[in-house]
Design a protein around this ligand. Structure first.
Ligand code: CUA
Length: 324
């Protein structure tokens, strides 16, 4: 609609100006015997008109565009979450419920899907032309994108950033399914396509990222310092996600994916007030999928009574996958 509005506006003014040009050229042409007319030196009403009208139009387009931009970049709260890790040369995807896929993404129709994406090596770009969606997948940071499929079917997935020898082979498909078919697919325990290759095959499909993250949390020894009781070496992580936290230098940050990722890989970058910079880095010991799993686990840690960690408590222990 905005696009058509812009075209309509351009057409309207283009035609108006062209028409007036011709009309005025004829109407005000110089006739024999005409003298030189008096030049006009300023007209406040005219100045006001040609300032206010373009200003209103320009601001209207800006506000409309800004509103669309926010709608485009902010996934709805009820969006289905999928984690994407790009690596030379494949797409590794994991649903919040645990189901893993490689070079394939199954989604239900009519449901917003939020992608949290990062790369294991170089810049890739997640590109689904049919959804008019393309977003860079960058090592060292998270980018998010979302879409809502409106038609059942299979759609091309491309890597749209040259990433080395097999860049052109870094392709896949998005499978849009009816909700019932999707539920059936999601509950299958022996994935054929998803488990066919890659380290994902080693992990049962039912293990959610949060449960895998909990196992890692124990296995990597995070739990030694990050305890809820007083005197612990590290801050408690219960209920911190999405909340502001005070840092040593007096500033405040909101605990989000990027902050948690930084704190795991570069622990001294931001020190929580009241704690010492004693945490070792986990750079090189965790791959991007494992960092995402740890973040999902921390996200699931809610104070008792809010019910956030219920799914985690019931998850099987020792579910960590081998490093890839
Ligand atoms: Cu990945 Cu091109």
């Amino acid at each position: 609609m905005l696009y058509f509005f812009l075209i309509g506006l351009s057409l309207f003014f283009g035609l108006l100006i062209a028409t007036l040009l011709v009309v005025f050229a004829i109407r005000f042409r110089r006739r024999p015997g005409d003298g030189i007319p008096q030049p006009i030196h300023g007209s406040t009403p005219l100045e006001l008109v040609w300032t206010i009208i373009p200003f209103t139009l320009g601001m209207g387009i800006f506000l409309w565009g800004a509103w669309l931009f926010f709608a485009m970049s902010r996934p709805p709260d009820n969006a289905h979450e999928v984690f994407v890790v790009g690596k030379q040369w494949m797409w590794k995807l994991q649903h919040l419920e645990g189901r893993r896929e490689i070079d394939e993404l199954h989604v239900p129709i009519g449901q917003a899907v939020k992608l949290t994406m990062t790369s294991e090596d170089v810049i890739h770009s997640f590109y689904v032309p049919a959804f008019r969606m393309k977003a860079d997948v960058v090592p060292g940071r998270y980018t998010t994108a979302w879409f809502q499929a409106t038609k059942v079917g299979e759609y091309h997935l491309f890597c749209a950033e040259y990433c080395g020898t097999s860049h052109s082979g870094m392709i896949g498909r998005i499978v849009v399914m009816e909700p019932a078919d999707y539920q059936a697919w999601l509950s299958q325990t022996a994935p054929g396509a998803a488990g066919a290759r890659g380290p994902g095959a080693a992990q049962p499909a039912s293990v959610s990222p949060a449960a895998a993250g909990e196992a890692l949390f124990n296995q990597m020894g995070c739990i030694t310092c990050h305890q809820a009781q007083a005197g612990a070496l590290g801050p408690s992580l219960i209920g911190i996600y999405g909340k502001p936290v005070k840092l040593q230098d007096g500033s405040e940050v909101v605990v989000d994916d990027a902050y948690l990722r930084e704190s795991i890989l570069h622990p001294t970058a931001k020190i929580v007030a009241g704690f010492q910079p004693v945490m070792p880095t986990f750079q090189g010991q965790l791959d991007e999928e494992q960092v995402l799993q740890l973040i999902q686990y921390i996200k699931s840690l809610q104070p008792p009574g809010t019910g956030g960690a219920a799914g985690v408590a019931a998850a099987p222990a020792g579910a960590a996958e081998p490093a890839s």
